[in-house]
Design a protein around this ligand. Sequence first.
Ligand SMILES: [Zn+2]
Length: 334
Amino acid sequence: MRASFLFSAACGVALLGLSQAAWAWGPDGHRMIGMLAIKALPAEIPAFLRTPVAADEIGYLAPEADRQRGAGQAFDSEHSPAHFVDVSDDLTILGGPPLSALPETREKYDTDLRHVASDQYRAGYLPYSIIDGFDLLTKDFAYWRVDVAGEKFARTREAKAWYRRDRGARERILLRDLGIWSHFVGDGSMPLHASVHYNGWGNFPNPEGFTDAKVHVPWENVYVHDSITAQDVAAALTPQRDCAPIEKCTADYLAADQAEVVPFYRLEKAGAFAKATPEGKAFTAKRIAAGASELRDMIVAAWHASDAQSVGYPPIKVSDIEAGKADPLEELRY
Ligand SMILES: [Zn+2]
């Protein structure tokens, strides 16, 4: 099982070119990120999301975006670039838009990249996978708030039952959306998913003599599987911090990840990943923990942002519904 997985991962790399096929962190790392983020959520987050069952579910779904690979040519060509972004050493995307000031939309990002002879498919669009998933989670939370308030203020038994049923559906949808999205937040803590040096240093100035060997998959997959435990990662979680606005938070997160590219190659050169040295283990656990910490903080930020949302058409403010000033039942039900 394991041998065939590694074989298929290696084949994918060889056939498609690494930047389109790498599986950041492998299933073990992604699972740890999903589970540990949920376990670390603060008490202000709705209780349905803080259960051991929810942590297990998110952990289970976290590797899903990698399992979807190979669904078909149309799917893969669109979704494979969602997992990475090729950040140059000057913190631009291949000489195009700077990571710290990315365009608001993926369409504009793609247009800007075409001005420097690239595009979103070659450069990767990981920042937008993260922001797009955040937006969707925010909307899911908004509907959940509406369902809770609707049930509370409902004037008829039928209306109360409708809101209760809708809340149950929303909780399932939210867990699914969050689980799929958690993968991309996790990709953002893998330094080789945010760098032009994504599989060996490559054809760039190389004064420190870093390796050109295909180091990506062996580190993210075999090494993590053999050497890193959830306990190692849990011990390296960082304190909770505010994440807003999401665009800046995402850019800062990916810049911090890219800043670990040179330290990774220095450790690799020192042999830290050939065997699991304490330095190599600590570095890897810290990177995976950065993913779990960021996922936790982004979930909290989405919860906070959800009270400014509206639902229905014409739009009804969630805050008005929660205050009992408006009832969107007819807009939502029909
Ligand atoms: Zn990925």
